[in-house]
Design a protein around this ligand. Structure first.
Ligand SMILES: N[C@@H](CCC(=O)N[C@@H](CS)C(=O)NCC(=O)O)C(=O)O
Length: 194
């Protein structure tokens, strides 16, 4: 969702093709993807690339969402890498096959390392003079963060409210959703079951 949202809200032209797992089209797209994973992007309908963050950075580089200087771009990456450290840590829960153990691990994750990571992100945002990573200018990193917290509120992810005790992260979340390009996308995006 993050790269589609980035492309749409920044006005970058693209064709959105949605695929259902366990279909021949899905299998064919995995075959075409250099690393055998989705999402993928066919640049000008030709060269196929994959890895969602690489695609997101690439798309953002054509827009005002990537920072104006190497230092601004670095700041965006710092936030995203911190979030992805948290996502990597949570992989243990995602991969757990035993349902009871999964519930236990999930509860423990939300009590222990989630607050620690979110506190770091909250602190990092506190140093900015505005709701976003770069202050008043929304970036692709803000969109990635919003997408993550939105996902956690879906039934599939247990509708976890992670932000009520993190005012800066909550303001960033609501500000991204109110951004005109993002808001337009949220209104027209295809509904999924998740
Ligand atoms: N690091 C990759 C991971 C992507 C990934 O795991 N994609 C899943 C679908 S959401 C996939 O391609 N799975 C292969 C399969 O279903 O066989 C990214 O961020 O794009």
């Amino acid at each position: 969702m993050k790269h589609k949202l980035n492309k749409f809200s920044a006005g970058v032209d693209y064709k959105d093709t949605r695929l259902t797992p366990d279909t021949p089209e899905f299998a064919a797209a995995l075959q075409r993807s250099p690393a055998g994973c989705l999402p993928s992007l066919a640049i000008n309908g030709e060269r196929v690339v994959c890895q969602s963050l690489a695609i997101t950075r690439f798309v953002a580089s054509f827009t005002e969402y990537n920072g104006k200087t190497p230092e601004e771009t670095l700041l965006i990456d710092m936030f995203v890498e911190t979030l992805y450290d948290l996502i990597a840590r949570y992989d243990d829960v995602v991969k757990e096959q035993d349902p009871d153990m999964k519930v236990k691990k999930k509860e423990s994750a939300y009590k222990s390392y989630f607050p620690a990571f979110l506190s770091k992100l909250e602190m990092m945002l506190s140093n900015q003079s505005g709701p976003f990573i770069l202050g008043e200018q929304m970036t692709w990193g803000d969109i990635v963060m919003m997408s993550f917290f939105e996902l956690k509120q879906t039934p599939q992810y247990g509708k976890v409210d992670l932000l009520s005790t993190f005012p800066k992260l909550l303001t960033q979340y609501t500000s991204v959703r109110k951004h005109p390009g993002v808001e337009r996308w949220l209104n027209i995006r295809p509904k999924t079951t998740k």
